[in-house]
Write a protein that binds this ligand. Structure first.
Ligand SMILES: C[S@@+](CC[C@H](N)C(=O)[O-])C[C@H]1O[C@@H](n2cnc3c(N)ncnc32)[C@H](O)[C@@H]1O
Length: 289
């Protein structure tokens, strides 16, 4: 056992009062959550409404004497609401998502496999991935939209830029699908590290750059899964990186933002059909001469 917690079930008013007292104990964190799945919509300005049936959870180091904490609370508060003491097993919390990360197929041939799994289809194109702390496992629709595009349009023999590379998932997929050269760009050094490491994991060397370090170059395919506003701001920069007749693939865009993003790229690209997955869309365009 690494930690222990005190879990109270209380009305909103009691939870709020008890919360103050719990914060004065040796608690590492105190959190409140709805115990009855009751949503709170649009609280009035300046108010912090709590749920009618609130669960109040105080987390402690395993060495703290919780009986002494309870005795102290009782002396300050009087009769305490119902509570439980629970143990919290030690886990690498930032890695809990790993349990959910399984091999996934994109399009016909492409597989993303967690680095700790064996590829399920030996005839497919499989890449091994450990995103570390960077974005990009393939579970998000915006990434899926790009991976499905790559599977349907393998960049065989082409030069590719992955702008906003995160874990490097799109860069790796492009290389595995035959890209001749690959440059990965991100503002986050953590992402560049994850991309580099994922390259090595797949016996591939990926050149990574902060945006300001990117040397003058141009590509035949540019992938950018970022968000609508940065994509709009980056339009001239990205357009400059794509050769005439080259293709751009934009993702990270909500359906209602498609028009604005598309408009920002129309000066340089013949924009093509919009493809939607859940509330997200993928835009593609061909660079005008
Ligand atoms: C949604 S993640 C996409 C990660 C991965 N390419 C994927 O498809 O799953 C967006 C990435 O873009 C990076 N990013 C955000 N703004 C950027 C900018 N202006 N220039 C370059 N990278 C940016 C973020 O740090 C993040 O790693």
């Amino acid at each position: 056992m690494a930690w222990q917690q005190l879990v109270f079930s209380a009305s909103a008013i009691i939870a709020e009062q008890l919360n103050e007292l719990l914060m004065e104990t040796e608690s590492l964190a105190v959190t409140m959550q709805d115990a009855a799945d009751q949503a709170i919509f649009e609280p009035a300005l300046g108010t912090t409404p709590l749920w009618g049936n609130t669960q109040l959870i105080a987390l402690y180091d395993q060495h703290v004497d919780l009986q002494a904490v309870l005795a102290q609370l009782q002396s300050q508060f009087g009769s305490l609401p119902p509570y439980q003491i629970t143990e919290v097993a030690e886990r690498a919390w930032e890695r809990v998502w790993m349990d959910e990360f399984k091999p996934m197929q994109f399009g016909k041939r492409l597989w993303i496999c967690p680095s700790w799994c064996t590829p399920p289809d030996p005839t497919g194109v499989s890449l091994s991935l450990d995103p570390g702390l960077a974005f990009g496992t393939g579970t998000h629709p915006t990434t899926r939209l790009c991976l499905e595009w790559l599977d349907a349009n393998p960049p065989s023999g082409l030069s590719v830029i992955d702008y906003g590379c995160g874990s490097g998932i799109l860069a790796l997929a492009a290389l595995k699908l035959g890209a001749k050269t690959l440059s990965a760009v991100d503002t986050d050094p953590q992402a560049l590290l994850a991309t580099h490491d994922n390259g090595l994991r797949n016996d591939l060397h990926i050149a990574t750059f902060l945006p300001e370090q990117l040397p003058p170059l141009s590509c035949e395919v540019l992938l950018a899964n970022i968000l609508a506003q940065p994509l709009i701001d980056l339009a001239p920069t990205l357009a400059n990186l794509v050769r005439p007749q080259g293709r751009i693939v934009l993702s990270g865009i909500l359906a209602e933002q498609a028009h604005k993003v598309s408009a920002a790229y129309q000066t340089w690209f013949a924009m093509q059909e919009v493809v939607q997955l859940d509330e997200w869309v993928r835009l593609t365009g061909i660079r005008l001469s």
